[in-house]
Design a protein around this ligand. Structure first.
Ligand code: ARG
Length: 485
């Protein structure tokens, strides 16, 4: 019994070893898209180092682009209609799996393209091998990424539009409140508080415009550039571009597979919006201090201190500031990925997705947070220091014909003397002005107050209530028409 059993075990072990060896050798030939030329399977360190997981969020775009590609192949008689139908049916199943989150990725999937082809083969068999006819992963990754970014850019513009709408609504509520505008963080001029809020609305409108103009440059199909030099197979890139809804098609296959300036631009659009949000965050932080006390945020959007019972912290605004640094870092990483790369495609470019997706996710979350903050904030700015009226007084003198430089000098001297005695313009008596020239009279100081300051300062785009109302009107037209103001 003993020896026989050993023999059985031996045989069994031999069979297992043979089976596993076959599987191991077959593993890479079966699951990579490039096994034929290799006599050794990939080392596990290489595999773990090179595999892309970031691109998994491109799954549905990869399937849709593959559908357009295979239809184009049939349209150009490169594959028969019957095979096209088989492949389309399989891709349809994949799309369903993707949409219902049932698509299972394997450790052996090198990237999203390999995963799709592997799964397709599992479903429809060898005909799946025809899908990659006349294309390369170099143009495929680009088409996936562009479809993804077109969708994301449109989502970001929608979010920016909502944020602008909220600023406009808050501006309308606060237009009669008077606040200082600051330069060097020192009070400078009196303005309607809404002028501050609208400053942000205009920044976010430019961010929105920037995403829209990027959409024009994203809207160019790269499919058909292949590995970088085209193909002999008689494909029609315009046909697949049309089916995917692209406005234009690439002109140069090398430039196409080599270039990621659309990625840099997207990351710049994100960074610039994040910079604006970080400035808004800083303002909210400043305004929520006891010293300023210009804003009250609802409890649900603030946090407490684990030690100090009285604290109510504007953490969301602080994180807007903090997260901006990551977005700038991601932009710099994307730019430096491309520096000095020889033409055309290089694997370095796979890394772009890590930074790009992270920064876009940051913007998406930050826009959501800022919308919540602005929509629910109560604004109660403090009136400015009365000395802020100095420029209004000087401009009254200019209106009488005094050169601005002399008016500036005279009002400056008056400010100096008032400061020494801790007085302001309203405390000036007619006798106080005797030492001044005739150009600055007691009459000039009549009705010099915050309300007249705003009323008299009617310059276009300035801080008067009329200007704020005009801006609200301009922004409402933009919001209603969905185009530039
Ligand atoms: N995973 C690659 C990327 O994200 C796709 C192209 C790979 N091409 C190649 N020949 N390895 O950029």
């Amino acid at each position: 019994m003993g020896p026989k059993r050993n023999l059985d075990n031996h045989n069994r072990m031999y069979i297992y070893a043979y089976y596993y060896a076959l599987l191991y050798i077959a593993r890479f030939n079966l699951t990579t898209l490039w096994g034929g030329r290799f006599t050794q399977s990939a080392h596990s360190d290489l595999w773990n180092f090179t595999v892309s997981h970031e691109d998994r969020r491109l799954l549905s775009f990869d399937i849709q682009a593959s559908m357009a590609h295979v239809k184009m192949l049939a349209h150009c008689h490169i594959i028969p209609e019957s095979e096209c139908d088989e492949i389309l049916k399989g891709l349809g199943t994949l799309l369903e799996e993707s949409e219902t989150n049932r698509f299972v990725f394997l450790d052996t999937d090198e990237d999203i393209h390999s995963a799709v082809e592997r799964r397709l083969k599992e479903i429809i068999g060898d005909v799946a091998g025809k899908l990659h006819t006349g294309r390369s992963r170099n143009d495929q990754i680009l088409v996936d990424l562009k479809l993804y970014l077109l969708q994301s850019a449109r989502n970001r513009t929608r979010q920016l539009r909502e944020l602008i709408k909220t600023f406009v609504a808050q501006a309308d509520k606060t237009k009669n409140l008077i606040a200082p505008v600051y330069t060097h963080l020192q009070q400078a001029q009196a303005v309607s508080f809404a002028h501050h809020l609208l400053a942000y609305a205009w920044m976010f409108k430019r961010d929105l415009d920037r995403f829209n103009s990027l959409i024009e440059r994203l809207d160019i199909s790269p499919l058909g550039a292949c590995a970088g030099g085209g193909t002999s197979l008689g494909i029609d890139p315009k046909h697949s571009a049309n089916m995917l809804g692209f406005k234009n098609v690439f002109r140069n296959s090398i430039d196409t597979v080599a270039s990621r300036d659309f990625v840099s631009e997207y990351a710049f659009c994100v960074s610039q919006s994040m910079i604006h949000l970080s400035r808004l965050g800083e303002e909210i932080i400043l305004w929520s201090t006891k010293e300023f006390n210009w804003i009250t945020l609802p409890d649900e959007l603030t946090t407490g201190s684990s030690m100090l019972p009285q604290k109510k912290n504007p953490d969301m605004a602080e994180l807007l500031r903090g997260k901006c640094s990551g977005a700038i870092g991601d932009l710099v990483a994307i730019l430096s990925l491309q520096k000095n790369l020889p033409l055309a495609y290089n694997r370095d470019l796979q890394e772009d997705k890590t930074y790009l997706f992270r920064s876009d996710d940051t913007l998406e979350a930050s826009l959501k947070a800022s919308h919540a903050l602005i929509a629910s904030a109560k604004f109660h700015p403090k009136e400015p220091d009365p000395m802020i009226l100095a420029i209004d007084l000087a401009e009254r003198l200019v209106k009488k014909g005094v050169p601005f430089r002399s008016a500036h000098q005279m009002v400056g001297q008056l400010v100096l003397s008032l400061e020494k005695t801790d007085k302001s313009f309203s405390d000036v008596a007619s006798t106080d002005l005797e030492s001044q020239t005739d150009n600055l009279t007691f009459d000039d100081l009549r009705n010099l107050n915050l309300e007249t300051s705003l009323r008299e300062r009617q310059s276009y785009g300035g801080g008067s209530i009329a200007s704020v109302e005009r801006q609200i009107g301009q922004l409402l037209i933009f919001l209603e028409e969905g185009q530039g103001a």
